[in-house]
Ligand binder design. Structure first.
Ligand SMILES: [Fe+2]
Ligand SMILES: [Fe+2]
Length: 287
């Protein structure tokens, strides 16, 4: 088993101003409809998804005896609650622009309520830990490879920068509850990742297609955009391919999220944010 790196402290940050009142260009990602809607579809999942993540971890709160882990769970909940609030505000702007957002929210709300009711406590938490692994993987790579936000509106890139920083800070919390408190089997842990890895990309593609439809693009234009988008994501050296080692590390029996070092720019972002109190300025360390 490889050694764990030093964990970064979990710091819940509140009242961040992303200046969203100044209006939002329709295709805020450098005028590119696909890239814009790819991140928008992710944003739609956050407020409801993160509320679900909190519920699945909270379900074990009374069984956590380690005070350090209990404190980390509290900070995890505070961070996820803030993420949900900022993305809800952003999603509201999208909805006002006429983008298909509400049907996705209704669908996700029903889906997660169903999971909480029908699945075991352990499998719900396994799903959360898997989602946190994929999120941490994306956060580590999105900003190390600045191509993902090249040409994007600085405010939206700053939301994702802040969110990524905090996701990395709390990346091991759900995993630690899963393995040290719920003590699930290897199979349950891996089943959560397999389920999430099939479901999430399908959901994202479907949502992006619906959003592009609400932008007024016809079937042929959308097909071309989705194919070009797939190439941007999955081509060799694209957004995801260099992260495959990170992704598959979860399958190692002795895996722990802190076997991966935090992204290069993490410390620089934290310092810049502490000095300026401005998440938009802090995000410039990624450019
Ligand atoms: Fe989050
Ligand atoms: Fe998270």
């Amino acid at each position: 088993m490889s050694t764990e790196h030093v964990r970064s402290e979990i710091q819940p940050r509140e009242h961040l101003d992303f200046k969203l009142n100044d209006g939002l260009p329709r295709f805020w990602h450098g005028g590119d409809p696909y890239k814009t809607r790819f991140f928008d579809a992710m944003s739609v999942t956050f407020p409801i998804g993160e509320r679900y993540f909190i519920s699945t971890v909270r379900a074990y709160r009374d069984e956590i005896k380690d005070p350090k882990l209990a404190a980390e769970v509290k900070d995890f909940i505070r961070q996820e609650a803030q993420h949900g609030m900022v993305h809800a505000e952003f999603n509201e702007l999208l909805s006002k622009q006429g983008i298909a957002v509400r049907w996705g929210e209704r669908f996700l709300d029903r889906k997660f309520k169903w999971q909480l009711k029908r699945w075991s406590k352990a499998f719900n938490l396994s799903y959360t830990a898997a989602a946190e692994h994929v999120t941490a993987m994306m956060c580590s790579t999105l900003f190390q490879r600045s191509m993902a936000f090249k040409g994007a509106d600085k405010r939206i890139a700053a939301i994702y920068a802040w969110h990524s920083i905090e996701e990395v800070e709390h990346k091991a919390v759900a995993f630690d509850v899963l393995t040290k408190v719920a003590k699930v089997s290897y199979l349950t842990r891996i089943a959560g990742l397999i389920y999430f890895s099939i479901e999430y990309p399908l959901g994202n593609w479907f949502a992006v297609n619906q959003m592009l439809k609400s932008d007024g693009f016809g079937a042929w234009a959308r097909t071309k955009m989705l194919l070009k988008g797939a190439w941007w994501l999955y081509k060799p050296g694209g957004v995801f391919m260099p992260s495959m080692g990170y992704y598959f590390s979860y399958f190692k029996p002795g895996f722990h999220p802190w076997q991966h070092q935090e992204p290069q720019h993490h410390g620089a972002w934290v310092k810049a944010y502490e000095e300026t109190g401005d998440p938009i300025q802090a995000a410039e360390v990624f450019s």
